[in-house]
Design a protein. Structure first.
Length: 144
């Protein structure tokens, strides 16, 4: 198990399978010596054809780490997470997080394969970290 995790991590660090075409980055879950690390690449926010406004509603306390498909920067204190179910969840970060550089992706080390508000911390690849204060579910509203 540990050897498989190390091989996976080494493959990730060296750029994947070694083929000539670069695969699309995806969420990676790696376990090394009983320590789970989730790497989430950030994607540019997709362009919207319609005028859609996203309203925040009450969100879950925790989200399953293996259900994350992508993440987008949504502002200085929040990150939007696209779940594999196509649901959009906003992670509201603590107030000390202005200016952290999440542009190159983020890492989370959840205790139990779930990422929870008021417990887990998001880390940037350049060393900064922010605690998740709460999750909000984003609901689309079409403006006419």
């Amino acid at each position: 198990m540990i050897l498989a995790g190390l091989v996976s991590l080494l493959s990730t660090l060296l750029g994947g399978s070694g083929g000539s075409s670069a695969p699309e980055e995806s969420v990676r879950v790696t376990t090394i010596e009983e320590r789970l690390i989730v790497r989430v690449p950030l994607a540019p926010r997709p362009r919207q054809r319609l005028s859609i406004r996203w309203e925040e509603e009450k969100g879950p306390k925790c989200i399953p780490a293996d259900s994350i498909a992508r993440a987008f920067l949504s502002g200085p204190g929040s990150i939007d997470i696209l779940m594999r179910s196509r649901q959009l969840i906003r992670a509201k970060l603590d107030s000390d997080c202005d200016g952290l550089d999440f542009y190159s992706g983020l890492y989370v080390e959840p205790e139990d394969r779930r990422i929870c508000a008021k417990r887990d911390t998001i880390r940037s690849r350049v060393g900064g970290s922010c605690r998740i204060e709460r999750f909000r579910t984003l609901v689309p509203k079409v403006d006419h």
